[in-house]
Design a binder for this molecule. Structure first.
Ligand SMILES: [Fe+2]
Length: 371
């Protein structure tokens, strides 16, 4: 098993790390555009800390705070054009997965005037994207350390761009920024991190490095889930926030090698058609994925549970306990419309065993068919 690994991002973590990183930001240029969503960057204090850090080095900045959940290509184009008009040398993304992914795509648009949506997804970029500095305010996405940006196309479909030029140049991870998230949201975003780790471990592209990250991520998540489920909101202090944040980074590092697998591939339609938050949309398929691997890859599963210190049943129970109820109803017509997606799906093919289109359709039917 190989150890191939590439991660050109400078990662700095810990309490107050944004304030200590002015020189790292200055190394990226003298003007930037800050890309955020509507509220979490402000509420968490991350935006104020970033503004202070930029002012310290006399870095000019403008703010684009219109990133929506599941950002569209159009939003990224708008942000990219704003960055170009502002003469930005780099982009700062602050938020959960949506603003961070939007910041990466805005960096491509900013450097490539007139680029089409097709060219964005095909990687036909004349110029390299502007450098990106990423500041996470949720613990789940791992986008801070990946070369992936997931966007909603003009057809309303979620589609990912995976390109080494999208690795952030700088990633600043202060777990304190996640403290304003309510417990239920904290757990559902952390379920995304759990999905990243499990889907990366049971993945045909896994190697020794990615599996080491995945195991560490699962151990941290499982221990912290147990504490929070037992103790409630009071048990969610800085140490637990830090454990969840670090786990999300481990998940990001793991999928930077492997990409995701069956649960993410199937979960996208729940966000596209039913507005289900990303973490929940993937985590609902995780118990099925874990059972599938226990059955078809018993030796690998045995090693995984030995290394993570948790049993299969326990892991499934924890995932079910932290995943919010997904009140979605899917009809036979929906299933027929979705069916072509399950053939030749690259992420599904990376999963072990066989996930036939019929199996996938049946799995969705069992979870969401109401009549
Ligand atoms: Fe994810």
């Amino acid at each position: 098993m190989n150890m191939n690994f590439k991660m050109p991002t400078t990662l700095i973590t810990g309490l107050g790390c944004v304030g200590r990183s002015s020189a790292n930001l200055a190394a990226l240029g003298s003007a930037c555009l800050i890309v955020t969503g509507a509220s979490s960057a402000k509420r968490s204090g991350a935006l104020a800390d970033m503004e202070t850090a930029l002012k310290k080095e006399n870095i000019r900045y403008e703010l684009y705070d219109k990133t929506e959940q599941n950002p569209t290509v159009l939003t990224c184009l708008e942000a990219g054009e704003k960055a170009r008009a502002a003469g930005a040398d780099f982009i700062v993304g602050i938020g959960g997965g949506s603003p961070l992914d939007a910041a990466k795509a805005a960096a491509v648009f900013a450097a490539n005037p007139g680029m089409s949506e097709r060219e964005l997804f095909s990687g036909e970029w004349k110029n390299s994207p502007l450098p990106v500095a990423a500041v996470g305010t949720t613990a789940g996405t791992g986008s801070e350390v990946t070369q992936v940006s997931v966007l909603t196309t003009s057809d309303g479909l979620k589609k990912s761009i995976r390109d080494d030029r999208l690795f952030p140049a700088l990633s600043l991870g202060d777990p304190a920024y996640t403290a304003t998230m309510p417990v239920s949201f904290t757990l559902s975003t952390a379920a995304d991190a759990m999905a990243h780790c499990v889907e990366s471990y049971f993945n045909r592209l896994a190697n020794d490095i990615s599996r080491t990250f995945a195991v560490r991520g699962v151990s941290l998540l499982a221990d912290t889930f147990k504490k929070i489920l037992k103790g409630g909101a009071d048990s969610l202090g800085f140490d637990e926030r830090e454990a969840l944040y670090n786990a999300s980074i481990y998940g990001g590092l793991a999928i930077s090698v492997t990409g995701t697998a069956f649960p993410h591939a199937v979960g996208y339609f729940l966000s596209e058609r039913h507005n289900v938050p990303h973490g929940t949309a993937c985590a609902v398929f995780l118990p099925l994925f874990i059972r599938h691997n226990i059955k078809c890859e018993p030796e690998q599963a045995k090693e995984f549970f030995l290394k993570t210190g948790i049993s299969g049943d326990e892991l499934i129970s924890l995932v079910e306990a932290v995943t919010p109820k997904c009140d979605v109803s899917v009809t036979e017509k929906d299933l027929r419309e979705l069916a072509p997606r399950w053939t030749d799906n690259a992420s599904i093919k990376k999963s072990f065993g066989v996930f036939s289109p019929e199996f996938t359709t049946d799995a969705i039917r069992q979870l969401f068919k109401k009549d």
